[in-house]
Design a protein around this ligand. Structure first.
Ligand code: FE2
Ligand code: ZN
Length: 399
């Protein structure tokens, strides 16, 4: 059977491109493909990724042996193209639980072909936006998200790509909120509980519960690991004012990088402290407001006005960083960088909390009711949910 070659995971791989030759070289196994591509794999790499039933537990698909047990001098005694167009490697020694023969699925081998500069697939592709998105908001009906896999996929990918998506026509009860929020994956518990009710109260413990305008911000900047998502359900919104608006923090970061490179450098390198002192907890974390990944690309924004601590940094850096932050704040305050919508009953907004800043215009408490319900999730949950749909699609496509 062509698809019986083991892979070290639960994915289904294409059998379209097969190997045409395989030879052992000094330190590598070199192969050619039916489309003419040539690839090389190190002996150590192949042995480490052996998918035999001794190396990969057939139930969990988890690796059994530590890389430490592989001898430095291990090498293949023979290699060949298998009947299925995959690679078969016989090793000169059997170590650990390995059967001594590694068989590699051609689709898997192609997917992980690092010799042709194949870096891991970009899993968080983004598209930045300003006010232009207002006319083009990704809006999905709840019914379609629940009942149509393709719509659910587009909805999840919109959150991943834009950091913002809206679901309409949801029932407004608590259980419905949990149901739609769970489409992302597991929800995250916070010190105020899993779900927070934003209802105006004159003595509210948080300013969210007052009528103030809130400038665009991320939530929980005091946490080492800021929640990846925030989800807002509009239960009622009849008060005067209280429009929601969002700012793409990555868009602001890009403007800073292009127009104010020195200030961008400060914002991406010098930590600022955030702290809250709720009655029963004291969270505190220090990090640059703009966080870069190992490739120097913006990956997170940490920015909450009411959680920002007085700046304690090198004396000369203090006014420079404060001014850099003010430049950034003035950019996020510009209407041309904001998307606004007055949420209506049944709306649920999904926001990437480490990218898409959320704010609200002031509202007049007593002019009507403004009741928003909110909870948190994680980027990794979203990614996993997207990949599960892709896995099912691949299984159908390559079956
Ligand atoms: Fe907030
Ligand atoms: Zn093995």
């Amino acid at each position: 059977m062509r698809t019986s070659i083991p892979t070290p995971d639960f994915e289904t791989y294409s059998m379209e491109l097969l190997l045409t030759s395989a030879t052992v070289n000094n330190g590598t196994v070199d192969v050619s493909w039916t489309d003419g591509r040539k690839s090389r794999y190190h002996h150590l790499w192949l042995r480490d990724n052996c998918a035999c039933s001794g190396c990969i537990d057939p139930n969990s698909h988890e690796r059994v042996d530590s890389i430490g047990i592989i001898p430095d001098e291990i090498r293949p005694t023979a290699v060949k193209v298998g009947l299925n167009g995959g690679l078969v490697v016989e090793w000169d020694q059997k170590v650990g639980e390995c059967n001594g023969v590694s068989e590699f699925h051609p689709g898997w081998l192609r997917e992980f072909d690092y010799s042709n500069g194949a870096a891991p697939v970009e899993e968080w592709p983004i598209k930045t936006w300003g006010q232009d998105l207002e006319d083009d908001l990704p809006i999905f009906s709840a019914d379609a998200v629940f009942n149509d896999e393709d719509t659910k996929y587009d909805f999840l990918v919109a959150i991943r790509t834009l950091g913002l998506a809206i679901v309409t026509d949801m029932p407004k009860d608590y259980e419905a909120f949990e149901r739609i929020s769970s489409q992302i994956g597991l929800l995250r518990d916070m010190n105020w509980g899993k779900i927070f009710e934003i209802i105006p109260k004159p003595d509210g413990e948080y300013i969210a519960n007052r009528g103030f305008a809130l400038d665009a911000h991320s939530d929980a900047s005091t946490r080492e690991y800021q929640p990846g998502f925030q989800i807002f359900q509009c239960v009622e919104n009849t008060a005067t004012g209280g429009e929601s608006f969002w700012v793409d923090g990555f868009h602001i970061a890009n403007i800073m990088k292009a127009q104010y490179p020195e200030q961008y450098e400060l914002l991406t390198s010098v930590p600022w402290e955030f702290a809250n002192r709720a009655k029963g907890t004291h969270y505190r974390w220090s990090a640059p407001i703009l966080e870069l990944d190992t490739k120097g690309e913006i990956t997170a924004v940490r920015d909450t006005t009411w959680l920002r601590e007085p700046l304690r940094q090198d004396f000369d850096t203090v006014p420079k960083l404060m001014n850099a932050y003010r430049t950034y704040v003035r950019l996020k305050d510009q209407r041309e960088n904001q998307v606004e919508r007055k949420l209506v009953e049944g709306d649920v907004a999904f926001v990437d909390n480490r990218r898409c800043l959320h704010g609200r215009r002031a509202f007049v408490p007593g002019s009507g009711m403004r009741h928003i319900r909110t909870c948190y999730g994680e980027r990794e949950e979203l990614q996993s949910s997207i990949r599960m749909i892709e896995r099912a699609r691949d299984a159908r496509k390559f079956a």
